[in-house]
Structure formats: C-alpha cells, structure tokens
Design a protein around this ligand. Structure first.
Ligand SMILES: *[C@@H]1O[C@H](CO)[C@@H](O)[C@H](O)[C@H]1NC(C)=O
Ligand SMILES: *[C@@H]1O[C@H](CO)[C@@H](O)[C@H](O)[C@H]1NC(C)=O
Ligand SMILES: *[C@@H]1O[C@H](CO)[C@@H](O)[C@H](O)[C@H]1NC(C)=O
Ligand SMILES: *[C@@H]1O[C@H](CO)[C@@H](O)[C@H](O)[C@H]1NC(C)=O
Ligand SMILES: *[C@@H]1O[C@H](CO)[C@@H](O)[C@H](O)[C@H]1NC(C)=O
Ligand SMILES: *[C@@H]1O[C@H](CO)[C@@H](O)[C@H](O)[C@H]1NC(C)=O
Ligand SMILES: *[C@@H]1O[C@H](CO)[C@@H](O)[C@H](O)[C@H]1NC(C)=O
Length: 453
C-alpha cells in the first residue's frame, strides 16, 4: 500500500506514528520518484535501511558470478536500465559501504530520515538499529525493527520480517533501449471494485502441524474480484509455493501476487483464477520448528515428497471444500519458486494426475530427472503445460538448465523464460508469475510451437 499524505498528516497530528514511508512523484531525474523514510528512536546511535532494498547494478558491469562484488550503484546515481539484484552475501562493512544510511535530526528528537530516488519496483524494508550487518540483526534483540505503521501481510506476528511498498515506472526517466525494467504490472489495478480481488490468510486443519497452532497450518488465498458474484461458478485454481526460508505469506508480502493476478485478469490474459499460497515448513515436527526470519535457524527444507503427501492429504481437500474452485486437473496448476520449484517438479512427476499446469520458477532442482522411458511409462508427463524459468543472474541457472536438458531429452515441450535482470530474488519471481499467466496458464494442451505466441 502506498502511503498517502493524509496518513502522514494524521500521524503527526496524533503524534503516534513512529515510522513511515512516503513516495513522491518528482517529475525530475534520476528516476522521477523519490521515497522518504522516517523512523523515530531516541536511543539509537545508527540506523540503516535493510531488507529488500539493495544497491543497483547494470548488465554491463555484472555477470551471474560477479554481481555480489561488481558494479553496485547508489540509486542517487541511477541510470535507465539499472536494476537491483539480491546482494545476500555482500561483505560486511568496512569492506562495503551500504548506501541506505539514515540521518538523525539535529533537534535531538530521535527522528531518523532518509530520502532516495528509486525506480519502478517492489521493495521490502526493515530498520537495522545499531547493527551493521543485516544477516546478524535479529528482531529478538531489537536490532531489526519492522515499520509498525506499515506492518507486513502475515497471519501471525513474526511470520514476516519486512514491510513493502512499490514505486511506479516513469517512462520519461526510466526508459532504457537495452532493458525493460517497468514493473507496473505489480501495481494496484485501477477501478478497485471491478478489478481488485481480495487476499487473506487462512488456517486449516492439518494433523501434526506445529504452526501456527498444534494441528493447525496456514496459507494465504487470493480470490479474484468476480469471486462470489456469479452463483455456482467454480474457479480455476493455482497453488503457488514459496522457497527455502519463506512461508505462504511471502508471495503477497514480498511479491504482490494479488496485484499481478488482478492485472493478468483485468487485461484478459487469464480468466478469473483463485490462488492458494501454502507453507511447507512446520507441517510436522520432523525437521524441528522453523521460525521465519531466524537467521541462525538450522531447520532443513522438508523433503518434497513429504510435503506433497501432506498437502494432498490435508490442504487440497480443505481448499476444495471451502472455496468455489474446480476440482479437475484441467483447471488446476502448481507453481513455486526455488525450493518451491522443486516441489512443483515433485508434483509434476508424482502428482501428474492432479494438475495440468506446472511452473518451475528459479527451481533449485538437483535431479535425478525423468527420462524418455519414464515418459513411455507415464505418457501424461508429455501432455502438460509447463514453464521452466530463471534469471540471467540467478545462482540456480545451471540447475534449471539441467532440468530443461532432461525435459528436452525426454521429448517434452515447455515454455521457457529467462528474466534478463534476474537474480534469485523477488523481481525475478514476479516476472516469472507474470509470464506464467501470459504464456502458460489455462492455455490449450498439448503445447505446440504456436503456444504463447
Ligand atoms: C530503539 O533503539 C534501541 C537500540 O538503541 C532498540 O533496542 C529499540 O528496540 C528501538 N526502539 C524502537 C521503538 O524501534
Ligand atoms: C555475524 O555473526 C557471525 C556469527 O555470530 C560472526 O562470526 C560474524 O563476525 C558476524 N559478522 C558481523 C559483520 O558482525
Ligand atoms: C490462525 O491461528 C493462529 C493461532 O491460533 C491465530 O493467531 C491466527 O489469528 C489465526 N489466523 C486466522 C486467519 O484465523
Ligand atoms: C533460532 O534458531 C536457533 C537455532 O535453531 C535457536 O537456537 C533459537 O532459539 C531460534 N530463535 C528463536 C527466537 O526461536
Ligand atoms: C473441469 O472443471 C471445469 C469447471 O468446473 C468444467 O468446465 C470441465 O468440464 C471439467 N472437465 C472435466 C474433464 O471434468
Ligand atoms: C517421486 O516418487 C518417488 C517414489 O516415491 C521418489 O523416489 C521420488 O523422489 C519422487 N520425486 C521425484 C521428483 O521423482
Ligand atoms: C530412466 O530413469 C529411471 C529411473 O527413474 C532408470 O531406472 C532408467 O534406467 C532410466 N532410463 C534411461 C534410458 O536412462
């Protein structure tokens, strides 16, 4: 949600607001937009803005292996065609100077501010208080502070550790002849009543689950604007999984899945579709209790076959009995990012009858992969609508290529997307969802050379 001036004024009037973010259209360079952060803390000695706010780079100074050390630009130096990529693994200071450092007001009132131009895109952020190295800053010690006035989308407090906002594209300042970095497909759709669906978290009965309560597990669900207005109508259903270290709220909080779906539907790329974003940790106690954002957590990613069996047993029937969704494979899809892409591959191989569409987004697959004899044994494998996607700067690129090589060798046709600005990060996964909707979802099967053209 963008922060309006009204909220800012209200906050000052009742002097309750301790933090906010304001987005200004400036009509001047370098990007046409400026973002103002404000955070109040009278005891802090240093405040950095961390989370998903990264330095920028460009394609001429970055490769898939060098982006962590090369060409990191402060957004004040933004040039059209610049993009941000995940910089997790950056050396800690003093080797590297983080660009987003807040300044304390001279008045001694503990007001910290930072103003920066930013180009089109979705950014997530949290404040790093007296802590210089994000991976070491924890909520428990008060060193990682979530904006209390723009809380994340989540079910239970603690399920998300960053808030987010989106900056629009300004063609005058951001158009690049080399690269399209317009992410406005993830902005709020116009005409809310007609175009905007709803998104909420939901608890379901899942015996053995250890979060958010014993035998209760959770997911987030997107219902398109039309949902509930057409008596008896059953909607196509997309399951969309998070990756390692995440949960079912990520796709909305960090990826604005609902906005992307609203825009795909509004522009006629897909019919109204329901989306369910499950959570694959804490389904049972076998791997230990996973706490979102706990950097020292050693809880492993649960094995995909175990997750598949659990979701098939408890989540899928629950969703079918509580929502107006269609129940045959032709109108069901499963997609996921990273380890969620591994889960999508697991569903493709071992739940082939349940879904006709599969999206492996930046999949961290390691094989073994299917081969031609597997396809002979299960011909349905070659009759599905598949997309395998990855970013040009994505560390899983070699894994996703191996998966594609195996599909090629097995005679399986699929849609491919290489995100040209993409690392293993949310702008890549948004792009992958956008193109999955445009090129794959609910398209006639089997796929041929004309599919998606
Ligand atoms: C203010 O900063 C201190 C560290 O000096 C931190 O422990 C505390 O949680 C911060 N308070 C707020 C409201 O962010
Ligand atoms: C981060 O924490 C690890 C483990 O406690 C420690 O070894 C490392 O020095 C810390 N890094 C910084 C930059 O504080
Ligand atoms: C789900 O259950 C947890 C734990 O009881 C609760 O805190 C949360 O509010 C519930 N969420 C919903 C959407 O009902
Ligand atoms: C985070 O994970 C570590 C290692 O698993 C654990 O010792 C610690 O208690 C966890 N932190 C919280 C707040 O639960
Ligand atoms: C699948 O469900 C859709 C919507 O409910 C329906 O139109 C279609 O006929 C069904 N297909 C099969 C093969 O049952
Ligand atoms: C599919 O099921 C088989 C047999 O249970 C299992 O060995 C395999 O790991 C599963 N996943 C994939 C992707 O083959
Ligand atoms: C295909 O993979 C299966 C294991 O899924 C293996 O048993 C078989 O030998 C492989 N066939 C070929 C032709 O490589």
């Amino acid at each position: 949600m963008l922060i309006s001036t009204a909220l800012v004024l209200l906050g000052l009037a009742i002097s309750r607001v301790s933090a906010f973010v304001t987005i200004h259209k400036t009509c001047k360079g370098p990007t046409g937009y400026e973002v103002e952060f404000r955070y109040v803390n009278t005891t802090a000695e240093r405040v950095l803005i961390g989370g998903g706010i990264q330095p920028f780079t460009d394609q001429f100074h970055t490769t898939g292996t060098s982006y962590r050390v090369n060409g990191r630009y402060n957004p004040h130096d933004y040039r059209p065609g610049d993009f941000y990529i995940s910089n997790s693994g950056l050396p800690a200071e003093p080797a590297y100077k983080w660009p987003y450092e807040m300044t304390q007001s001279a008045a001694g009132d503990g007001v910290w501010t930072y103003t920066t131009p930013l180009p089109s895109g979705l950014y997530s952020y949290a404040y790093l208080v007296d802590c210089n190295y994000a991976p070491n800053c924890s909520i428990d010690t008060g060193q990682l502070v979530i904006d209390p006035d723009m809380p994340p989308f989540m079910n239970v407090v603690g399920d998300q550790v960053a808030s987010s906002f989106q900056v629009p594209f300004d063609a005058k300042f951001q158009t690049s002849p080399e690269l399209n970095t317009n992410f406005d497909y993830a902005l709020d759709a116009p005409d809310p009543a007609a175009n905007r669906g709803t998104v909420k978290t939901e608890n379901y009965t899942s015996p053995g689950s250890i979060h958010p309560a014993p035998d209760v597990h959770d997911f987030a669900v997107y219902l398109p604007a039309e949902y509930g207005r057409v008596p008896g109508k059953k909607y196509p259903l997309l399951y969309l999984s998070h990756g390692a270290g995440g949960n079912g709220d990520d796709w909305e909080n960090l990826g604005r899945m609902s906005h992307i779906m609203d825009n795909l539907i509004r522009l006629g790329h897909i019919p109204p579709t329901v989306v369910v974003t499950p959570s694959f940790y804490n389904l049972d106690a076998s791997g230990g209790f996973f706490i979102y954002g706990n950097r020292s957590s050693s809880v492993p990613v649960p094995p995909a076959p175990l997750v598949r069996e659990n979701l098939e047993k408890y989540l899928f029937p629950w969703v079918e009995s509580h929502y107006d969704v269609c129940t045959n494979a032709s109108c069901r899809a499963f997609a996921g990012l990273s380890m969620g892409g591994v889960l999508a591959y697991e569903m493709y191989v071992n739940a082939t009858d349940l879904f006709d569409y599969y999206g492996m987004f930046s999949p961290a697959t390691t094989g073994p992969y299917i081969n031609a004899s597997d396809v002979t044994a299960n011909p349905a494998l070659s009759e599905k609508g598949i997309m395998v996607a990855y970013g040009l700067y994505d560390f899983v690129l070699p894994m996703a290529r191996d998966l594609q090589t195996a599909l090629d060798a097995s005679g399986i046709r699929y849609i491919n997307r290489v995100t040209p600005f993409g690392s293993h990060y949310w702008n890549t996964w948004q792009d992958e969802l956008w193109w999955f909707g445009r090129k794959v979802l609910w398209k006639p099967l089997p796929f041929g050379v004309q599919t998606g053209r």
